[in-house]
Design a protein around this ligand. Structure first.
Ligand SMILES: Nc1nc2c(c(=O)[nH]1)N[C@H]1C(S)=C(S)[C@@H](COP(=O)(O)O)O[C@H]1N2
Ligand SMILES: [Mo]
Length: 296
């Protein structure tokens, strides 16, 4: 005779195991960091965070649709498992790692960063992740590695927006090697104390807080160390509007609008946009001697 197991249901019982493997460790750790007094230290911000509801319902993620609302509406169709991240190119130790192994391999921390979209709106988001440098160092970049190329998942069954032929899929981005190795540059796997929702780039996305939002590529499957400046999606589509560097710069207008001010999502009055999105002290020296009007 079958005896019913009467223990209470836990999260592990009601969520697909493949999606939430080790979720308890992840959340426990995230909460611990979030409430640690040091969280606001080197990388933190003393600014009101954007409401989670706004940060997860007003998105740019073309692979899940073109409007701001579409990514959240379509995210249920995007299953971010199984998932592997491939690190290759100019490395002594190329590696391919399953996302679950990646989640365990690195010390996750919470960092509250501004994200400034090129469309002149911004948010303040508590990300959970680890420095990109930690992963790159594991692969041992060679001396020829001058840039890093990032590639998003290319699979129109999981990302139906890729059926739109107007864009050159997959989405691609790039950084110079020193930008990629900078301690502010984060690979995020969560936000607001939880795993990343699909619309925000599950299961792993880049966050480069001093650059316009489109540099923060979502749903990354490949990271390649390369010798020459890689092609980026926006750079190849509209080179006159989207430079490779795209550091947030209120002094350089977009060809079709000013970048002097921004609307913080959830607020009415506009704020002044800050050079390097407020991170000048940490990053400006990387661009010493560069003309940031030409290298926008
Ligand atoms: N793969 C991919 N990554 C992407 C985009 C995209 O369309 N596809 N949009 C970018 C843009 S323009 C912005 S502003 C940010 C938005 O991130 P958020 O929705 O988490 O705020 O994601 C960036 N990363
Ligand atoms: Mo953006």
């Amino acid at each position: 005779m079958l005896i019913q197991n009467r223990r209470e249901l836990s999260a592990a019982d009601v969520t697909p195991k493949s999606l939430w493997l080790d979720r308890r460790r992840f959340l426990g750790m995230a909460a611990g960091v979030a409430f640690a007094p040091a969280a606001g230290g080197r990388f933190g911000l003393n600014e009101a965070q954007t409401a989670r509801k706004d940060a997860t319902s007003y998105n740019n993620f073309l692979e899940l649709g073109e409007s701001k609302e579409a990514p959240a509406e379509n995210a249920h169709r995007f299953n971010p498992r199984p998932w592997t991240v491939k690190l290759g190119g100019e490395t002594a130790k190329p590696l391919t790692q399953d996302i679950e192994a990646l989640l365990k391999a690195f010390a996750l921390e919470e960092r509250v960063y501004r994200l400034r979209c090129v469309e002149a709106w911004s948010m303040v988001i508590p990300w959970i992740g680890f420095p990109l440098a930690d992963l790159l160092k594991k692969a041992e970049p060679t001396s020829r590695a001058k840039f890093v190329e990032f590639v998003s998942l290319h699979d129109s069954a999981r990302l139906p927006g890729q059926r739109n032929p107007l864009y050159p899929w997959p989405y691609r981005e790039g950084l110079r090697i020193d930008e990629a190795m900078h301690p502010l540059t984060l690979l995020a796997v969560g936000m607001y104390g939880d795993l990343l929702p699909g619309q925000n780039g599950a299961p792993i996305r880049l966050v480069v807080p001093w650059k316009y939002g489109f540099k923060s590529i979502k749903s990354v499957v490949a990271i390649n160390l390369v010798e020459t400046q890689p092609k980026t999606t926006w750079g190849s589509m509209q080179p006159g509007e989207y430079g490779f560097y795209s550091n947030v710069n209120p002094a350089v207008d977009h060809p079709r609008w000013s970048q002097k001010k921004e609307r913080r999502i959830g607020e009415i009055l506009k704020r002044d946009t800050l050079p390097f999105n407020g991170y000048a002290e940490q990053v400006a020296q990387m661009y010493a001697g560069m003309d940031l009007r030409t290298n926008y």
